[in-house]
Design a protein around this ligand. Structure first.
Ligand code: B12
Ligand code: SF4
Length: 507
């Protein structure tokens, strides 16, 4: 499959109307913005509308009632962000891949008289860079900082820098305000977070960023369930770094989710399969897919990254266990580690095919600023540039050890081309013939329909088109669950049932 040309709207941020005049901002009107980033033509454009980030809905939930709050996601392709009336305050979330755009927006709103606050992952890792673009920056947990910032603005006592850690009990956070999201523009608005942190501390992960101390925290199971029920959607995506970090918690969560009759997906590490009974509980509570960070099939790479993981030669058995309970697997693989040689691409895709992973996500190894991995590469003089736009895991930004930059770049593209070829999609079909049709539907609609995704997003049809498919999946899954409940599956039993569904587990 060749990557089709990217429509301009997917590649370039909307132009900001110029010139602008300074106006009197509307008091107590706060605008929250998720900036534009260029889409990777090799991946699905649907990915963005599958999982709304919780950064801005969490801030909205923490906003005092007397503030008017509006949400704007530039990736929904509705043109430049609103500026009439001029907002009193503009809060922008900043990741490194869209830092440049965030700064451009900050400048534009400042010219018009708004007070601009920047927060998010990139502000935490590069605070000095961000500070030069804003009236104030928020480092760390915005749920604690945002109300304080608004209060200081009202008192005319805004400070340039606010800092909060993540030590506070998670259950104290107010629920995210999801009603600010344009419901029709997302496949589901129920992205939910139940736990914060992870039991691992991989050197390349953003959780290893200097100054980010994120102790493991869990929200009350009941709180999570109420939030999901209140949003009334058939499908929930957990955006936790690793929902399986504490198996006892996950088990309690699954028990509570059963009553909702929803389907859900989440990111977990593969050790969630240590206990087959837990995997069964996940399926019985509606889990239809997991996003698993396998990262690499090479043990040397995993130990260099300090990832505590079961041995790669046991991955296949574990994937089969998830499949046995009807749980689809979207494997995440990082390419370009120091033990990777040019054969890594073919070996990885072959493994994915022979284990029939329904989906996979490839990432070129990317050193995030502020992590031990970035420092290591910098010390070895292997960082090629600091053009953060390209730190999106689709571009090579460092010198690989056992291959050239071009080889890594081409190998990454080859992996996606091969994975989404007709032959590979067919090779990975479920063994249960009853699940093949919806698997094919999911593979073609989700991954091979970027032109359609562009139109759906632009014309705000995502919800209208996808929700019936999701509802269909949910109903089928309820039937699957009631069969599963009656069946006694032992660990070695052959695959007997595969649930079918139209959503790809992937965050
Ligand atoms: C949902 C999600 C997505 C969604 C939506 C992204 C979007 N920008 O809209 C989709 C699926 C599209 C996506 C895509 C990608 N993602 Co993503 N994604 C996530 C995920 C799972 C959840 C985000 C979330 O809701 N977090 C919960 C919120 C509450 O936390 P938060 O964002 O940190 O916000 C808090 C603070 O930072 C602060 N804050 C944030 N913004 C602001 C603004 C203001 C004004 C203030 C005051 C405070 C503040 O307050 C918030 C509350 O405490 C995270 C992992 C994670 N669990 O965080 C990865 C994550 C953010 N993604 C990541 C990556 C790498 C990507 C991709 C590059 C992957 C890929 N190759 O496709 C793309 C790139 C897209 C992009 N450029 O953003 C990395 C980022 C690493 C880094 N250092 O930047 C993460 C951390 C995953 C990881 N473990 O590596 N992603
Ligand atoms: S297991 Fe995943 S979330 Fe946890 S530290 Fe490693 S990369 Fe980060």
């Amino acid at each position: 499959m060749r990557a089709t040309p990217v429509p301009a709207e997917m590649a370039l941020a909307p132009e900001l109307p110029m010139p602008v005049t300074r106006a009197t901002p509307r008091r107590h009107f706060a605008l929250l913005i998720n900036p534009f980033y260029a889409k990777d033509p090799r991946a699905s454009y649907g990915k963005h509308v599958l999982t709304p980030t919780l950064a801005l809905t969490s801030l909205a939930g923490a906003t005092p009632e007397h503030w008017d709050i509006r949400y704007w996601d530039e990736n929904l392709l509705q043109g430049p962000p609103p500026h009439e009336p001029v907002p009193h305050v503009v809060g922008i979330t900043v990741h490194l891949t869209f830092a440049k755009r965030a700064y451009e927006l900050a400048r534009w709103y400042r010219m018009q008289g708004s007070i601009v606050i920047l927060g998010g992952l990139h502000v935490l890792s590069c605070p000095d860079e961000a500070a030069s673009h804003a009236h104030a920056i928020a480092i760390g947990d915005g749920v604690q900082l945002w109300p304080q910032i608004l209060k200081d603005i009202e008192r005319d006592a805004l400070r340039p820098r606010y800092t909060a850690n993540y030590a506070r009990a998670y259950r104290l956070d107010p629920a995210p305000r999801r009603r600010v999201l344009p419901r029709e523009s997302f496949l589901t608005t129920t992205s939910v977070i139940a736990t914060r942190g992870c039991h691992n501390r991989c050197g390349f992960c953003y959780l290893a960023t200097d100054g980010l101390h994120m102790p493991y925290r869990m929200r009350d199971v009941q709180q999570v369930v109420e939030e999901i029920a209140a949003d009334g959607q058939p499908y929930t995506v957990f955006v936790d770094n690793n929902l399986g970090s504490r198996p006892d918690y996950l088990k309690r969560l699954c028990e509570a989710l059963k009553a909702l009759g929803i389907i859900w997906s989440a990111a977990v590490t593969i050790d969630v399969t240590d206990d087959p009974a837990l995997v069964r509980e996940m399926a019985l509570s509606g889990c239809t897919g997991v996003f698993v960070g396998f990262e690499s099939l090479n043990e040397g790479n995993l130990s260099d990254a300090r990832k505590r993981s079961p041995a790669p030669d046991d991955y296949a058995r574990r994937v089969a266990l998830l499949h046995r309970y009807g749980i689809q697997v979207n494997g995440s693989f990082v390419l370009g580690f120091d033990h990777d040689r040019p054969d890594v691409f073919e070996r990885t895709v072959e493994w994915i095919e022979s284990n029939r992973l329904e989906c996979a996500t490839f990432h070129i190894l990317t050193p995030y600023p502020g992590t031990p991995f970035f420092r290591q590469l910098e010390a070895d003089d292997r960082i090629l540039h600091r053009d953060w736009d390209k730190y999106d895991t689709a571009h090579v930004v460092f010198q690989p050890k056992h291959m050239s930059v071009e080889e890594l770049d081409r190998g990454y593209a080859w992996c996606y081309d091969r994975l989404f070829s007709h032959a590979s999609i067919w090779r990975r079909r479920p063994e249960d013939p009853r699940a093949v049709l919806s698997y094919l539907g999911m593979s073609y609609l989700y991954k091979r329909s970027n032109r359609i995704w562009h139109l759906l997003i632009k014309h705000r049809l995502t919800g209208a088109v996808w929700r019936p498919l999701i509802e269909h999946s949910r109903r089928r899954h309820l039937k699957f669950r009631s069969r599963l409940e009656r069946m006694v599956l032992d660990d070695a039993a052959p695959v007997s049932q595969r649930a079918s569904q139209y959503v790809s587990p992937g965050v």
